[in-house]
Design a binder for this molecule. Sequence first.
Ligand SMILES: [Zn+2]
Length: 243
Amino acid sequence: MLAGTLIAAILLSLLRLSPVWAEPAALIVHGSPAEKRIALTFDDGPSPYTQEICSLLCRYQAKATFFVLGCHALQYPRIIRGLLKHGHEVENHSFSHKRFPQVDKAAWQQELERTEAELDCLGSPDRNLFRPPYSNYNQRFLNYLGHLHERLVLWSVDSGDWRGLDDVAIAANVLKGVHNGAIIIFHDGDELGRRDHKNTVDALRIVLPALKSRGYEMVTVSELLHIPNTKGSVPSEPEHAHP
Ligand SMILES: [Zn+2]
């Protein structure tokens, strides 16, 4: 009896000592369908196209979330500071756009931490969102993010700009798919920094006034989800996770 109690006590203490790897990260696809608010998101930048996007967003009083690559943040620090100065959100999209399920945990950590350190240096406030490159992730990676109190953010509307569509087709995808609480994905850069993103910029000239005239408020992902801007804090409202 005493031995049984002792074993139970040891097991309990081991459980308490083990890291909280089982805590799942919230998987975010959209915000509340009850609110006429949407979040425009831009991946793989910053790039020389980002400043023009920032100017267009300002013109239509829109705030956005930029999921940047650490390697590009290193290259364009002034653009990151400019985004922050204009009230946009800058979040982590890894350092060099690796496919996360195909690399080991040490590589995940390095990819996340290098970008976090870079964004810290550039004055970005506490961040708690992550978008995985190629939207690739697995349960083990989700658990890892949960341990860091990070949320994994996907999207509910794909602009399709990564497929080489023209501005009119990109705008049509967005305006056809938009809904209350939508998270919309665009790209202001690419992993190699070589592609032309003019069609994305031109599509925004169509999309932004149209969304504004439909009465949508364009906010950051954290604002859409009512997440206070503090790492590890609890959101004020329930989130809408992927099924
Ligand atoms: Zn990407």
